[in-house]
Design a protein around this ligand. Structure first.
Ligand code: MN
Length: 191
């Protein structure tokens, strides 16, 4: 059984960039539904006592477990996304991570441009990520519930670009939401 994780801030702490109303729906209804549905799907199965990551890796690519993958992936992705934002966030990461980004992408500005383009170009629902794998840093997008950890990649930051993540605050302007994420919200990990 999985429980919802607590948000690492209050629902109105990210205003005016993400409204309390968005969190009431996104955290309180969408995320809750993924957790509840996952619990129903795994009850009494071989997956019942696995960690989220173990479940995702065990069911990835198996059509008979698509519903479990979708809900487990969305639970993981949302929990990661909640922690990818913070009040008074945004801007560049610490010096060590910034150096890695500059080595990989040329400059922070080039990174931000590619991240934004990747997030905009995810057709339909999905996610954009900065990940690391055995070849270094990479910007990727994943569709629907797909998640970097299914592909052996370690997420560093991730943004939800399903419409439910931004429509109440930005309507169809996904581009504005991505700008705000990078400039005002992103919570870079301390690595
Ligand atoms: Mn979402």
């Amino acid at each position: 059984m999985f429980e919802m994780i607590a948000l690492p801030y209050n629902m109105n702490d990210l205003e005016p960039y993400v409204s309390q109303q968005t969190f009431e729906y996104h955290y309180g209804k969408h995320y809750k539904n993924y957790v509840d549905t996952l619990n129903k799907l795994i009850a009494g199965t071989e997956f019942e006592n696995m960690t989220l990551e173990e479940i995702i890796k065990a069911v990835y690519g198996k059509p008979e477990y698509q519903a479990i993958f979708n809900n487990a992936g969305q639970v993981f992705n949302h929990q990661f996304f909640w922690h990818s934002m913070k009040p008074n966030g945004g801007g560049k990461p610490n010096a060590k991570l910034l150096k890695q980004i500059e080595e990989q992408f040329g400059s922070y500005e080039d990174f931000a441009k590619e991240f934004k383009n990747t997030a905009i170009s995810q057709f339909g629902s999905g996610w954009a990520w900065l990940v690391s794998d055995d070849r270094g840093l990479k910007i990727i997008k994943t569709a629907n519930a797909d998640t970097p950890i299914a592909h052996g990649q370690i997420p560093i930051i991730g943004i939800d670009v399903w419409e439910h993540a931004y429509y109440l605050d930005y309507q169809n302007r996904r581009s504005d939401f991505i700008d705000v994420f990078l400039n005002n919200l992103v919570n870079w990990p301390q690595i």
